[in-house]
Design a protein around this ligand. Structure first.
Ligand SMILES: Cc1ncc(COP(=O)(O)O)c(C=O)c1O
Length: 419
């Protein structure tokens, strides 16, 4: 069931709570997440991959609000992180270090130290230089680092170029060609400061087709088997994230096809499996509420100018991403196309373009759907606009996860030199 539904009155609600009621209690714009929706998505994903021996590490880059992480941790999720900052967040949310996987192509020495000091479960290394750095840091700390190797199997994920990570010309993973990955795995296995944890792959995000996953997973399995045949320990195959969502209808993701594909490929093998879903757990379980500031009729276009902007939600302009935008209260029939734009001084500052919209007026409340993933986490204070706050609706109660930031808090972080 969708987390955001219309009540009999026609008003849009989250888990039965009218969105206008929530909007009235907080500053606008505002991210609103459905706790029930997030929980259900996590449970559906876990059920789909249950036939294999797996552990889910939520890719917290998609949504790293402490309240969301804690909710998922309570459901049994670990975390996939990409920075020392995310490590601190995951730990603060109550996720144990052994349930954390550290991904990313450029971990600094300090971040590796932080991860090893915390006793992290797995570091996914992507290059010989990184393996050498991890080994040196582990040696200096007198510990043994658990390291998996993220491989690049040269698969086209057929998704947006900016979220495609599986091809050779991207910066991600170590090539499986010419034994590059296998040779580096042997180097890791021979290193007294490293315990090889296995292999990892992540070919991209927002994949709606199972075929690229299947190609990548089969290549990963082949490599894992070949290394094992050579006598090496390969405990884990980390299958990354990437399962896509329906941005047109904002419906919950059906993980059946993904689970069946994973089961078909892997259920005869005795690896442990890691999963790193991000978007599919949270995207359709969040909306960005925004108020109309003005309606501006251009020469041949209507602009609906709202109080949310690209500094709150970057996806439309960064990826040409489509988010449905709907009035929260029942509105009349559509009167024509409009661009829904923010107040930021950039032509690229839009939330949606060329949308059929009803007549709207100042203060009307709109909901930007499917905003739970890669929304608040990408926010900035561009134009000195403090980004939207975040609330979570859980079991009938509204929890403020983070208030809208204030201009004062930003100014307080800065200093002026003496002239
Ligand atoms: C290594 C890794 N794992 C998991 C994810 C999560 O992907 P998604 O949100 O598409 O599930 C990403 C996203 O970029 C990633 O880079």
């Amino acid at each position: 069931m969708c987390a955001f539904n219309r009540l009999d009155s026609g008003e849009l609600a989250v888990d039965g709570l009218p969105l206008s009621q929530i909007a009235a209690a907080y500053d606008s714009p505002l991210y609103v997440y459905s706790g029930a929706g997030i929980r259900d998505a996590y449970r559906d994903f876990a059920a789909a991959i249950a036939p294999v021996n797996g552990k889910v590490h939520f890719a917290m880059k998609a949504n790293s609000a402490l309240g969301v992480l804690a909710l998922l941790a309570h459901e049994g999720a670990g975390a996939d992180i990409v920075s020392g900052g995310e490590l601190s967040r995951a730990l603060a949310a109550g996720i144990s270090a052994s349930d954390i996987v550290f991904s990313g192509v450029g971990k600094s020495k300090a971040e590796i130290e932080q991860a090893l000091a915390a006793n992290i479960g797995q570091i996914n290394a992507e290059s010989p230089a990184e393996v050498a750095m991890i080994s040196a840091v582990a040696k200096s700390m007198g510990v043994v680092a658990p390291v998996a190797l993220r491989v690049n199997v040269d698969v086209n994920a057929k998704t947006h170029a900016k979220i495609s990570t599986g091809q050779r010309d991207t910066k991600f993973g170590i090539s499986t060609d010419q034994n590059e990955a296998a040779d580096l795995y042997r180097v890791m296995a021979a290193d007294p400061h490293i315990t090889p944890s296995g292999l990892a792959v992540h070919i991209g995000s927002q994949l709606r087709d199972m075929a690229p996953f299947e190609t990548a997973y089969t290549a990963l399995l082949d490599l894992g088997m070949a290394l094992r045949a050579d006598g090496l320990e390969v405990p884990v195959l980390d299958l990354g994230g990437g399962v896509g969502v329906d941005y047109d209808h904002a419906t919950p993701t059906d993980f059946t096809a993904y689970g069946e594909m994973v089961t078909r490929i892997f259920n005869k093998s005795d690896f442990k499996f890691g999963f790193e879903p991000g978007r599919a757990i949270v995207a359709n379980n969040g909306v960005l509420l925004t108020k109309v500031i003005f309606i501006k009729d251009g020469d041949n276009k209507r602009f609906v100018i709202v109080d949310a902007a690209m500094n709150d939600l970057l996806r439309p302009t960064l990826y040409e991403a489509h988010h449905s935008i709907v009035p929260v209260l029942p509105a009349g029939s559509d009167i024509g196309l409009a661009d829904i734009v923010g107040p930021v001084c950039e032509t690229g500052d839009y939330i949606g373009r060329g949308r059929m919209m009803p007549a709207l007026a100042s203060d009307d409340l709109l909901a930007v759907l499917s905003a739970g993933a890669y929304g608040a986490v990408m926010a900035s204070a561009y134009n000195t606009r403090p980004p939207a706050g975040e609330v979570l609706v859980l079991d009938g109660a509204i929890h403020e996860l983070r208030a809208k930031r204030t201009v004062e808090s930003y100014l307080a972080e800065e200093s002026i030199p003496e002239f």
